[in-house]
Ligand binder design. Structure first.
Ligand code: ATP
Length: 370
């Protein structure tokens, strides 16, 4: 117990009746890593977590903890601690008894007394001296911290968190996620976290796996998946994005065939022409690319690529304005420090800030494998 553990899934599939909940899911979580499964409702996050915990047996594929194959190992023998979305505390037990319940199948780590272990865990989740409280006297955030203490009580190898904050309000969620991350780092415990909240996923994780319809679309560090999405789905799911579809007119250095490495290619979108850096695709290919709202500028004179669009709505966000624009029937969103002063905006972007997600009908994930 409490030893270092990496975990891996290889080709895991699971269906329920006619529904394919997981389709050939493979992933590796490193020892001590905070790894997050993120995706829309029904994409298979919870099923993946349940397969790791041993509550579901995959129809195909394998789950390993270190080099140990988990098929046939029941949940109570897997050394996992789990926190669920609803507060699964027992209301007929005190806080201390709830935490001690986590030790029912196990010795306390290091041979401590149960009481000492419970006190240590309540300290860790910042609820010192709460042993005799009733769970009903606690706030939602405090209850989830007790649930975390209970999950950690036996010193599990792996911590599994299934939307543990979804019932809390926004401010509490932010506080709790910081706290959970700090405890996880301190313990160095391998953690798989499930959330549909992309901001939360980007904020706390070492790496995230973006899931869609039972599959993993992309795995990477938060900055990598945000800045370099492999698919249109990832580009649109993580944060706000502007996705444009166009056609390659030719290489940016003037030849009509292929873009050369440095100059990239010229892409036509509607009646505008943009240069996209690093794009190498033959003339006539369809290209889908995205530019984040914060990478579009309302000062088109400062940017190489530009177009003019009508201002539809303006929202004040505090640190910036979010402006919704209509560009020839396309919805475009821009974040800008100043409120627009006219009803049309000259919008611009740098070629290097456009990220191509597919070229010639092939998504980046596939294009890069060639
Ligand atoms: P959410 O964010 O809504 O919890 P999720 O990404 O965790 O979604 P899963 O709960 O893993 O998704 O479900 C994946 C798919 O499998 C869904 O279509 C769901 O309806 C289906 N499913 C999951 N568990 C079962 C079950 N026990 N019986 C039938 N269908 C199920």
């Amino acid at each position: 117990m409490g030893s270092v553990t990496d975990l891996s899934l290889r080709g895991v599939s699971k269906s329920f009746g006619g529904v394919d909940a997981l389709r050939d899911v493979s992933l590796d979580v490193a020892d001590g890593e905070f790894f997050t499964l993120v995706g829309p409702s029904g994409c298979g996050k919870t099923t993946t977590l349940r397969a790791i915990a041993g509550f579901e047996s995959p129809d195909a594929g394998s789950v390993r903890f270190g080099d140990r194959e988990m098929a046939g190992v029941p949940p109570e023998d897997r050394d996992v601690g789990i926190v669920f979305q609803n507060y699964a505390l027992f209301s007929n037990m005190t806080v201390g008894e709830n935490v001690a319940y986590g030790l029912r199948f196990r010795e306390t780590p290091g041979g401590q007394s149960k009481a000492a272990r419970v006190a240590e865990l309540l300290d860790m989740v910042d609820l010192p001296g709460f042993e005799d409280r009733d769970p009903d006297e606690l706030s939602g955030g405090q209850r989830q911290r007790v649930a975390l203490a209970r999950a950690l009580a036996p010193g599990p190898d792996v911590l599994l968190l299934d939307e543990p904050m979804s019932a809390l309000d926004a401010r509490l969620r932010q506080e709790l996620r910081t706290q959970v991350r700090a405890i996880q780092s301190e313990l160095g415990i391998t953690t798989v976290y499930v959330t549909h909240d992309q901001e939360e996923a980007l904020a706390v994780s070492d790496r995230v796996a973006v899931m869609n319809d039972g599959r993993i679309e992309q795995v990477g560090a938060p900055e990598a998946v945000y800045r370099r999405p492999d698919t249109r789905f990832v580009a649109e799911f993580l944060g706000e994005n502007n996705v444009f579809a166009g056609e390659v007119a030719g290489s940016a250095d003037g030849s009509a065939s292929r873009g050369s490495d440095g100059a990239g290619a010229t892409v036509r979108v509607g009646d505008a022409s943009f240069r996209l850096a690093g794009l190498d695709a033959p003339a006539g290919s369809e290209v889908v690319f995205c530019v984040r709202p914060e990478k579009l500028t309302a000062d088109a004179t400062a940017a190489e690529n530009g177009f003019e669009a009508a201002v539809e709505t303006v929202e004040f966000l505090g640190e910036a304005f979010r402006v919704h624009l209509d560009w020839g029937g396309r919805e475009v969103t821009i974040r800008t420090p100043e409120r627009p002063s006219a009803d049309r905006l000259a919008v611009g972007f740098d070629p290097a800030d456009a990220h191509v997600v597919s070229a010639g009908g092939r998504e980046r994930a596939v294009v890069e494998e060639r």
